[in-house]
Design a binder for this molecule. Structure first.
Ligand code: SF4
Ligand code: SF4
Length: 301
C-alpha cells in the first residue's frame, strides 16, 4: 500500500454537512460496498473511470477521433462507447465542447492535498471546522489515509473527521484513530441478510467495528442513510437503537434518501435499480430513536 499517494475523485470545500464547522471533504475512490442508492457511484470502483452524460451530448463527434483505443464510434443514435476498450486515459474529455465527458479519479500526493486544504485554514479556525476524509471508503487506502490524517492533525493542528462505511479490518481503523477527532460511521441495516441485499456485503464486520468504537469511547456519530422500504421500518430502527444503547454510542444522524446519484449511474454505464416511490419515514425514525434516549440529528434541517 502506498502511504504517500492515493486515488481521489473529488475535493469539496465549504462543506457544512460532514462534521462541525466549515470543512473541506476529501473523497477517496474505491469502496467495498455497492449500495443501490449510492449518490456517488463513481466512488465505488477503485480505479479511474469515465463518465459520459448522454443527455448533455450534442452528437458533434469531436471526441471520437481523440480516443487512442477505438472505444468511441459514431452511429445513427449518436456516440456509442465500448467500455471494455476504454483505458480511462481521459483523452476524450478536453475535445468535448459540452462537458459531456469527465474522468473520475486522480492520484494525489499527501503534499498536494495538504497544500490544497491549507488555503482554507483561516475559515477552519473561524468556524471550528477542518477536514473530513470520506469516499468511497477512505480506509481502503489505509496507509495513505493515516499519513494524510497525521499531517493534518499533528502538523497543521486541524480538526479531522473520518466518514466511513465501517467495512474495514479493525487494525486499519485503529491505526488512524490517534489522528481522528470524530468518526462518522454508517450503519445501513441491522439485519445481515438485508444489509447484503442492499449493499452487496453483510454487516458483521461493520457492527463489530462500531461496538469497539463505542467501548473505546471514540467520539462517533452513527449515520443512517434512510432508504424508503429498505431500512426505515420500525423493527430496524428499534434494533439500531438497542445496538447503540448497548454499545455506548449515543448520537445518530439521519440522512434521508434522495435520487441525486441516478444520472451518474447512467453516465457510468450502470443501472440505477432503486426507484423509491415514497419519501423515507424520517419523522417516525427520528421519534423512535429519540424516544430510546439517543441524540438525533436529521441532515438538511
Ligand atoms: S477515456 Fe480514453 S480510452 Fe476511454 S473513451 Fe475516452 S479517450 Fe477512449
Ligand atoms: S465531443 Fe462531447 S458533445 Fe461531441 S459527441 Fe463527443 S460527448 Fe458528445
Amino acid at each position: 500500500m502506498d502511504s504517500e499517494r492515493g486515488l481521489i475523485f473529488d475535493i469539496q470545500h465549504f462543506s457544512l454537512h460532514d462534521g462541525p464547522g466549515v470543512r473541506s471533504t476529501v473523497f477517496f475512490k474505491g469502496c467495498p460496498l455497492s449500495c443501490a442508492w449510492c449518490s456517488n457511484p463513481e466512488s465505488q470502483q477503485g480505479t479511474a473511470e469515465l463518465l459520459f452524460f448522454r443527455t448533455v451530448c450534442a452528437g458533434c463527434g469531436s471526441c471520437v477521433q481523440s480516443c487512442p483505443n477505438g472505444a468511441l464510434s459514431m452511429g445513427e443514435e449518436g456516440v456509442s462507447m465500448r467500455r471494455d476498450l476504454c483505458a480511462h486515459c481521459g483523452a476524450c474529455v478536453a475535445p468535448c465542447p459540452r462537458d459531456a465527458r469527465s474522468l473520475s479519479g486522480r492520484m494525489m500526493s499527501v503534499g498536494e492535498l495538504v497544500e490544497e486544504v491549507r488555503q482554507h485554514w483561516r475559515i477552519f479556525m473561524q468556524s471550528g471546522g477542518g477536514v473530513t476524509c470520506g469516499g468511497g471508503e477512505a480506509l481502503r487506502q489505509g496507509a495513505f489515509l493515516r499519513t494524510l490524517l497525521e499531517k493534518l492533525h499533528e502538523e497543521l493542528g486541524l480538526h479531522t473527521c473520518l466518514d466511513t462505511c465501517g467495512h474495514a479490518p479493525w487494525s486499519v481503523l485503529e491505526s488512524v484513530l490517534p489522528y481522528t477527532d470524530l468518526v462518522l460511521f454508517d450503519i445501513k441495516h441491522m439485519d445481515d441478510k438485508q444489509h447484503r441485499k442492499g449493499t452487496g456485503l453483510g454487516n458483521r464486520m461493520i457492527l463489530e467495528n462500531a461496538a469497539r468504537l463505542g467501548r473505546l469511547a471514540v467520539r462517533t456519530i452513527i449515520r443512517l442513510p434512510l432508504i424508503p422500504g429498505f431500512n426505515d421500518d420500525e423493527d430496524n430502527l428499534r434494533a439500531l437503537a438497542a445496538f447503540m444503547r448497548n454499545n455506548e454510542l449515543p448520537s445518530v444522524e439521519l440522512l434521508p434518501y434522495h435520487a441525486f446519484g441516478a444520472s451518474k449511474h447512467e453516465a457510468l454505464g450502470k443501472v440505477y435499480t432503486l426507484r423509491a416511490r415514497r419519501k423515507p419515514h424520517s419523522q417516525k425514525a427520528e421519534d423512535i430513536l429519540r424516544a430510546s434516549g439517543l441524540t438525533v440529528e436529521v441532515a438538511g434541517r
